[in-house]
Design a protein. Structure first.
Length: 254
């Protein structure tokens, strides 16, 4: 423990929170000189499933990760072992669990984009704190999207996750329908799941609409979620002719 803690901290940069194969990580800080920053005063470590107790090492240049990883880094004022330290900062980056692509047929609110369409199949699950930006929001519209699994696969179960925060006009969809197809033209209903969450429940709630389990084969999966619609009379948004939001995040196909 050092008696003085530095107020400056390194900054971890990457293209996005998720990646398909590999991603480059860079550690920077605008207030530090290039000479002092690179390798002499910044230390980092990469924690992944195979290296859960890796040790800190000097940072010299951007590096690549190829697994879901947490990066931890701190700044030391000098390379001397007793130099004061900054706080340790960390960031986690997720390797996508598959090579699926998604075609969203609805229009999401640009304020709530979750990083774009790929944010719904990137393996990152939104939390009750929707203000962090991990959820995709749809107002007035129903939600509809088609997932291309790139080849015909066995499907056992489909799950789409939704959030409810009634005070913020975010309500569960009234129902979620799952369809499958071999050609992206002709779709067959796989399952329908009706909402069971009371819209008057004012807690922040996440619900996974899990389909029943089946054993079928298909390449394409369509997900349709029906919007609650106009806010009812008991809701504080009713006098403003308010429309409910659907907030959707991760869709998984097992």
């Amino acid at each position: 423990y050092y008696s003085r803690i530095l107020s400056v901290v390194p900054v971890i940069h990457a293209e996005s929170k998720s990646f398909k194969d590999k991603m480059t990580i860079e550690i920077t800080h605008s207030t530090l000189s290039e000479r002092k920053f690179r390798g002499q005063a910044v230390y980092y470590r990469v924690i992944d499933e195979l290296n859960k107790n890796s040790e800190f090492k000097p940072y010299f240049e951007p590096f690549e990760i190829s697994k879901t990883s947490t990066i931890e880094t701190y700044f030391r004022e000098s390379i001397e072992s007793k130099g004061p330290l900054s706080a340790t900062v960390s960031a986690t980056f997720f390797k996508k669990p598959n090579n699926f692509t998604i075609d969203i047929k609805s229009t999401y609110n640009p304020q709530y984009h979750a990083g774009g369409p790929e944010g719904l199949i990137d393996g990152i699950f939104g939390t009750e704190n929707w203000r962090k930006g991990d959820w995709q929001g749809y107002q007035i519209h129903d939600f509809e999207a088609i997932i291309d699994m790139q080849s015909t696969r066995e499907i056992n179960q489909i799950t789409a996750n939704f959030l409810q925060d009634t005070r913020s006009w975010i309500l569960m969809p009234t129902k979620v329908e799952y369809y499958i197809s071999d050609d992206n033209v002709n779709f067959t209903l796989f399952d329908t799941q009706n909402n069971t969450i009371d819209p008057k429940d004012y807690n922040s709630i996440i619900k996974g609409f899990k389909s029943i389990k089946k054993h079928v084969k298909a390449r394409y999966v369509k997900v349709k979620a029906t919007n609650f619609g106009k806010l009812p009379e008991w809701h504080q948004g009713f006098p403003f002719d308010g429309e409910a939001f659907i907030f959707v995040d991760e869709i998984t196909v097992e």
